[in-house]
Design a protein around this ligand. Structure first.
Ligand code: SF4
Ligand code: SF4
Ligand code: SF4
Length: 315
């Protein structure tokens, strides 16, 4: 009997679920990864964003990406979402009321989150996606890529895109402007942002800056750094009534891109995720499997049961 992929996945899922029940019961602990020593990232503050999309165009220029003419004003580059031509997009959520009000509207910037424990890297069978061990940037090597698109399926934020219309397609995603970082520069989206809504810097300092903002009194004026946390440039803005949560600090083991907003993150299209990364959970299960040698039998048993059951039904 041929084992179809569908059956295999079902069996693996059954076995996986049996093991998944293991945390706390059978020693399948998740292994949380540390922030790389020189981790850099971006703090995006939705309350400071004016939706000008200068960052979108700066990103295109810095990364030689073509324009995407679409949307209700199809006269200029105006991407509605991430695509094989767009690494960074600004979206507007909500239609009534004031900015950052619960029933109002707010902007959100979407691009790769540069996960601390990236699922795309773990899923790639060809090591075409790599996490830099020093600065934590998740980069892509087109020469190693075999085009399987497992990274697309694995990414919990739906970031990697595929060049469907190219004879030699590649995966496309933000690489934190690594070519600019290599020359001592910063990400183009942050360098170009006129309000400091996109701020570049060491992740630890960005976390501290985010915590400082959460302590601010709404309505009072404060200094906000512009472009990079240590650029020495700043602007005064009234502090918004922030949602008391730094998105990305803990989600799926944490990300090097952090978000602040005045409205709930799920209203801005950011998924509500657990703290343990899927990779850490899988590692924990594997650890339990190889530790006890009991679970391989359970997984195998699950697979055999499903295959036999199916064969009997057929007969
Ligand atoms: S957001 Fe997606 S593509 Fe980016 S590092 Fe995380 S898993 Fe990979
Ligand atoms: S870091 Fe660079 S590639 Fe990534 S969104 Fe910003 S400008 Fe685009
Ligand atoms: S450049 Fe800054 S203010 Fe303008 S859309 Fe981008 S993040 Fe928002």
């Amino acid at each position: 009997m041929k084992l179809k992929r569908r059956d295999f996945l079902k069996g693996a899922l059954a076995g996986g679920l049996l093991c998944g029940a293991a945390p706390g019961v059978a020693g399948a602990e998740s292994v949380r990864k540390d922030l790389p020593p020189k981790a850099v990232g971006i703090l995006y503050d939705s309350t400071l964003c004016i939706g000008c999309k200068v960052c979108v165009h700066a990103c295109k220029q810095a990364n030689n990406m073509p324009a995407e003419v679409q949307g209700p004003e199809p006269y200029w580059d105006n991407p509605l979402d991430l695509s094989a031509k767009t690494l960074n997009v600004i979206k507007r959520y909500g239609f009534e009321g004031g900015k950052d009000a619960a029933e109002g509207f707010a902007f959100i910037k979407r691009h790769c989150m540069h996960c601390i424990d990236p699922a795309c890297v773990s899923a790639c069978p060809a090591s075409a996606l790599l996490k830099n061990q020093e600065n934590g940037v998740v980069s892509y090597n087109k020469d190693a890529c075999i085009g399987c698109r497992y990274c697309q399926i694995a990414c919990p934020y739906n970031i990697p895109k595929f060049e469907w219309d190219s004879p030699f397609p590649e995966i496309v995603k933000c690489q934190l402007c690594s070519h600019l970082l290599a020359k001592g520069g910063i990400s183009a989206c942050c360098a170009s942002c006129p309000t400091g809504a996109s701020l570049f810097g060491p992740v630890q300092k960005l976390r501290e800056e985010a915590a400082r903002r959460l302590r601010m009194k709404p309505g009072e004026y404060y200094d906000f750094p512009v472009a990079a946390i240590d650029s020495g440039e700043s602007q005064q803005h009234r502090a918004a009534a922030y949602v008391q949560h730094v998105y990305g600090e803990r989600e799926l083991g944490g990300t090097q891109v952090l978000y602040l907003a005045g409205v709930a993150f799920d209203k801005l299209g950011l998924p509500d995720l657990p703290e343990d990364s899927y990779v850490a959970l899988a590692d924990g299960i594997q650890y339990a499997i190889y530790k006890g040698m009991v679970y391989p039998i359970v997984v195998l048993g699950g697979l055999i049961y499903i295959i036999k059951n199916r064969q009997e039904k057929k007969e």
